[in-house]
Design a protein around this ligand. Sequence first.
Ligand SMILES: CC(C)(COP(=O)(O)OP(=O)(O)OC[C@H]1O[C@@H](n2cnc3c(N)ncnc32)[C@H](O)[C@@H]1OP(=O)(O)O)[C@@H](O)C(=O)NCCC(=O)NCCS
Length: 157
Amino acid sequence: MQSRYVDGLTIRALRDGDTETVAALFARLGDRSRERRFCGAKPRLSDLELTTLARVDRGRHVLVAYADGDPGPVGIARLVRDGDSAEIAFAVADDYQGRRVGSILASELAADARAAGIAQLTATVCGDNPRVIALLERLGSLDMSWQGRERGIVVGI
Ligand SMILES: CC(C)(COP(=O)(O)OP(=O)(O)OC[C@H]1O[C@@H](n2cnc3c(N)ncnc32)[C@H](O)[C@@H]1OP(=O)(O)O)[C@@H](O)C(=O)NCCC(=O)NCCS
């Protein structure tokens, strides 16, 4: 995939096995963000988790966002395909949250999903997370169901 430039962000596909970029973004997340992303405390990523998050193949697609003037990744969006559905997850560096990085990544990821024939996206949202709900609402029709403290979300795209 060619890199794309959208509203001040360069969006690139993660190279398979690029654990360095995954770790660099994780290092820019505070405790609260890590908890929201991983649905529980996550002070560090194990080697296995890093390898899994950096895996890219026919069913796994990851986009990374870079901001002008900042050499490190500022956001990451991940999709894991299961038939014509795909599970998605996002993380934006704390210093960049609320600045539309997540929205831009989500819309680029959804465009890639549609182009690959994926009709619905699923996400697990833990606790209160109005930003991610707002971001998902803009992608398509939302169906939410509570599973304990987590919300299972299905987005028709
Ligand atoms: C959730 C997350 C990916 C959103 O990315 P972001 O770049 O911070 O979000 P954006 O700036 O694109 O804003 C997304 C939406 O939230 C809204 N929003 C922004 N700040 C908000 C706030 N403090 N409260 C409520 N909504 C807010 C924005 O208006 C936008 O909605 P809109 O598109 O209807 O205008 C990011 O905050 C993050 O990484 N959080 C920690 C990890 C996480 O929660 N991951 C999600 C697990 S799937």
